[in-house]
Design a protein around this ligand. Structure first.
Ligand SMILES: *Cc1c(COP(=O)(O)O)cnc(C)c1O
Length: 424
């Protein structure tokens, strides 16, 4: 597989290099040089998730990774289902929250961990990342138990929900978690300092495994096929997909699926009040506002880092950005949408509620709508319980961790201390 840096197209790498490096020169994003057109879509859709995903990823990645290895990577990563549920007439939900950390990031995170373990080469690898909650959990679970890979996760002490903390700070083994006596920005700065320290980088094989890694996007392509596989041929004729978007990785993956030949009529990018993209699509002007906190906090992003990949794909395919639907909901509208879904008999959470409502508002006669449910309702327990006036039981995956002791170390906001800790 060949990829190029969108900012500096002369920088070309293969899949292994792109996975190891994450970002290219000048923080440029890597993007596949070619995306094949698959001719056998119906045959693919008839296969089970893992087998189909192995074929899709083989088509994208090529023979750079031996078939048995790639097949094992997919099998180890995709250990949970992605069911489609009917929510209203002609509207379906793709539930992406049945993985170990109850969010769709498990798909990309787990495949990235498998990919990194496969292409790592010799020597030690240390994954260092800062989290305000969800990413840390997905990374910890994805890398847990992988040989010769150490994971260190920094988070702001007392600033993430106790339940979230339990989910990734109770694993032990190759996962070390550190509660920093400071805020999330300080945690991110510590991580940056570590990456700027060439000696430290070499000594412990520092890798960020961050959200712009191409392996995540490729994995996410597979669940769009899984959704289509659960719909009838007739429903697939006029399929409109609404994606709750923050950094726009999820939407990028959907667009890659369409490029491969999956019949999706159009996409809708759904956001919360951090609506840089919907405004851009309407006015043609890219004007990010200051990020505001919302109920759907995983989408509180005003400078989406995957947007250049979206534009690149539209340009390369000769598509017009006018074909991309979009819509934004504020918190009050999100609450109304969540209640409306619940009244229909479907329990959702704020991110999925936004995608649902924007889809419902824009779906036309004769179209079938699909929206992505990116997190389990229990992950946003406090909001969901308050808005709907119900009590949510803890799902088993959370309950199990909730009963375990916290294993985190505590540290002041001091790079020298962190450095010594990493080298230990
Ligand atoms: C990360 C996340 C999103 C946003 O996905 P992007 O790929 O960043 O657009 C939406 N919902 C939830 C629950 C998330 O965790």
């Amino acid at each position: 597989m060949n990829l190029y840096n969108i900012k500096h197209p002369e920088q070309q790498v293969n899949f292994a290099q792109a996975v190891r490096q994450g970002l290219g020169k000048d923080q440029g994003l890597f993007f596949p040089a070619t995306i094949p057109q698959l001719s056998n879509i119906d045959e693919l859709l008839a296969l089970p998730l893992v087998e189909r995903s192995q074929k899709i990823l083989r088509a994208l990645i090529g023979d750079e990774i031996p078939a048995d290895k790639l097949n094992a990577m997919v099998k180890n990563a995709f250990t949970f289902p992605a069911p489609v549920a009917k929510v209203a007439e002609n509207i379906y939900a793709l539930e992406l929250f049945h993985g170990p950390t109850l969010a769709f990031k498990d798909f990309g995170g787990r495949f990235m961990a498998q990919a990194l373990a496969t292409v790592r080469g010799d020597g030690k690898i240390t994954i260092l990342t800062a989290t305000s909650g969800d990413t840390g959990a997905a990374v910890a679970h994805a890398f847990y138990g992988l040989e010769n890979i150490e994971v260190v996760i920094l988070y702001p002490k007392g600033k993430i929900s106790p339940l979230q903390e339990k989910l990734f700070c109770t694993l032990g083994g190759n996962i070390r978690t550190v509660a920093i006596n400071a805020d999330f920005d300080a945690c991110q700065t510590l991580v940056k300092q570590a990456f700027d320290d060439e000696e430290l980088r070499q000594a412990i094989g520092l890798n960020s495994a961050n959200s712009i890694n191409i392996s995540r996007l490729l994995a996410q392509v597979c669940y769009y096929f899984e959704a289509a596989a659960q719909l009838t041929a007739e429903q697939r004729q006029n399929l409109v997909v609404s994606v709750p978007s923050g950094n726009f990785g999820n939407l990028t993956a959907g667009l890659i699926a369409k490029t491969l030949g999956l019949p999706i009529k159009r996409f809708i990018a759904s956001t919360n009040a951090n609506d840089t993209v919907p405004r851009y699509l309407q006015t043609g002007e890219w004007q990010p506002n200051a990020t505001v906190a919302t109920l759907s906090n995983a989408m509180d992003v005003s400078r989406p880092n995957n947007w250049p990949r979206v534009e690149e794909l539209f340009k390369r395919n000769g598509w017009s950005l006018n074909e991309l639907g979009s819509g934004a909901l504020n918190d009050a509208e999100t609450e109304t949408a969540l209640k409306a879904q619940y009244a229909q008999g479907y329990l959702c959470e704020p991110h999925g509620a936004i995608a649902y409502q924007v889809l419902k508002d824009q779906l036309q006669e004769g179209e079938t709508g699909l929206f992505l449910c990116t997190a389990h309702p229990a992950k946003f327990k406090e909001s969901v319980e308050r808005i709907l006036g119900i009590e949510l039981p803890l799902p088993d995956a959370l309950d199990k961790h909730n009963k375990l002791p916290l294993l985190s170390d505590e540290m002041d906001n001091d790079f020298a201390t962190l450095r010594a800790y990493l080298l230990k």
